[in-house]
Design a protein around this ligand. Structure first.
Ligand code: AMP
Ligand code: ZN
Length: 468
């Protein structure tokens, strides 16, 4: 399996630290509002990476944090006149609902920054002891130039950073030894949540959170560290400096970063008015469509969101779900149980779709090509099954389709109640079939609906339906 490593800027063979296991950390959202569809991209992408490892038989320890103490959370709490804790708890709960809607597997652990302050204080203390950090007036800074490998992930040069860094110096930070130094601990400001520490009351900087939580739940060395590409610098660069200096070991073996999601070819932003939360999108589309859309491009490419592209994703997904529905319908009505020799031969031909799917996923998780392999499989299903197919053959096709789709987090079986509009669309199709004297299709639709507990009645005023 090949993974593109941001550190080496090349695709590398995946070799786990421990055989059969994957230790993976994905930087999670800062919870001060509903998550937006940009935040959904790393969630969907890295959940798919995890699912593929699991499909291959790996035991995946998947840790993803919630940043629940931050300036934005405090600002929102002050606006609403509630505590920061209330804001973060509310939006963690809402985020989990959205994640469930996107069929994201629950993480092995979702640590909360506010519950890990003790560990962060210990790590900062170690960094001070080792000479990598220093305290000034209640603020602790990381001594960036002391860490030799600084810049190795983002491929930035310290001197270029230095010239840019000077301009970035803000008031109150002139106490830093070097403009490149970054904050590990900041002193309490009035009205802000704060914790006791050896440097007085205060709260941790953002970068130290992930270094500590990753160490606590996965160990000092991990296989994969991931997030959106905006996190490469400074967040992940700083995490490396902290973790490697404190632990004296290389931190993550593979660094994976997803490209950005844009809206109608523009950067998503509140001020441009093209900002969508996952919740808003869920009112217009099934979140399975959002998931399918996100996986239709390579995760490292920029991805453009638009109504047309979502519609195309919806149609693509529908083809897969329909093929699965047809298989189930045929299965229920199959005349014979056992596969014939001809069917055994046909089923063997579908190995190539599975192989193509895996080949695509092995090549740095090329989900676009993996979806193409599924579409080829769907075409095969549609042309090689009918009312004479055996139950075993249909079942095998269905299982294979469901298994491959499941790696992408796509659910092929709609076992929930049919929506009214879906029923009405089928009734309309049945009317058209009858007009065209295609009575076989018309009857098939009646049966299909009946199987789902929908009874049709032909009355003088037209077709009426009810749930049985
Ligand atoms: P944040 O809450 O801003 O720290 O973001 C949480 C995650 O979402 C990080 O991995 C970000 O890189 C990612 N992210 C934020 N905006 C976008 C976007 N427009 N497209 C893709 N990923 C994004
Ligand atoms: Zn992080």
């Amino acid at each position: 399996m090949k993974i593109y490593n941001t550190m080496s800027k090349s695709k590398e063979d995946f070799i786990p630290l421990e055989e059969g296991k994957v230790k993976m950390y994905v930087c999670g959202p800062t919870v001060y509002n509903y998550i937006h569809i940009g935040n959904a991209r790393p969630m969907i992408v890295f959940d798919t990476v995890r699912r593929y490892f699991e499909y291959k038989g790996y035991d995946v320890n998947f840790v993803s944090n919630f940043t629940d103490v931050d300036d934005k959370i405090i600002k929102k709490a002050n606006e609403e006149g509630v505590t920061a804790d209330e804001i973060s708890k509310r939006y963690i709960a809402e985020c989990k609902k959205d994640m469930e809607g996107m069929n994201i597997e629950p993480a092995t652990k979702n640590p909360l920054a506010t519950e890990e302050i003790g560990g962060m204080i210990d790590m900062i203390s170690t960094l001070i002891e080792k000479g990598y950090a220093y305290e000034k007036n209640g603020t602790v800074y990381y001594r960036t130039r002391k860490f030799e490998g600084y810049g190795k992930l983002s491929h930035k040069n310290l001197d270029d950073l230095q010239s840019g860094g000077r301009a970035l110096l803000v008031t109150g930070e002139d106490e830093k030894e070097d403009p490149l130094d970054f904050v590990l601990w900041k002193p309490k400001k009035e009205g802000e949540p704060a914790w006791q520490s050896p440097w007085g009351e205060g709260r941790p900087g953002w970068h130290i959170e992930c270094s500590e939580m990753s160490k606590k739940y996965l160990g000092e060395q991990i296989d994969i560290h991931a997030g959106g590409e905006d996190l490469i610098f400074p967040h992940h660069e700083n995490e490396i400096a902290q973790s490697e200096a404190a632990n004296g070991k290389p931190f993550a073996k593979y660094w994976m970063h997803n490209g950005f999601l844009n809206i109608d070819n523009r950067k998503m932003s509140k001020s441009l008015g093209n900002f969508f939360t996952v919740r808003e999108i869920s009112e217009k589309y099934d979140l399975q469509v959002l998931r399918f859309f996100m996986l239709s491009a390579h995760y490292r490419s920029p991805l453009n969101f638009s109504a047309e592209l979502m519609e195309a994703a919806g149609n693509g997904l529908e083809r897969i779900v329909t093929a699965s529905g047809n298989l189930k319908f045929l299965m229920e009505n199959a005349g014979t149980d056992r596969m014939t020799e001809a069917e055994t031969e046909l089923f063997a031909q579908t190995d190539r779709f599975k192989e193509n799917f895996e080949k695509a996923m092995e090549d740095d998780f090329n989900t676009a090509d993996a979806i193409a392999a599924i579409f080829d499989f769907v075409k095969f299903i549609n042309t090689n099954t009918d009312g004479n197919s055996s139950k075993e053959y249909l079942e095998k096709l269905h299982d294979r389709l469901a298994t491959l789709a499941d790696v992408l987090g796509i659910i092929v079986d709609r076992d929930e109640e049919m929506l009214d509009e879906e029923i009405e669309a089928l009734i309309e199709e049945r009317q058209t079939a009858r007009k065209n004297r295609d009575f076989a299709r018309a009857d098939q639709i009646r049966e299909e609906l009946l199987a789902k507990g929908i009874v049709l009645e032909d009355t003088r005023e037209g077709v009426k339906w009810r749930r049985a």
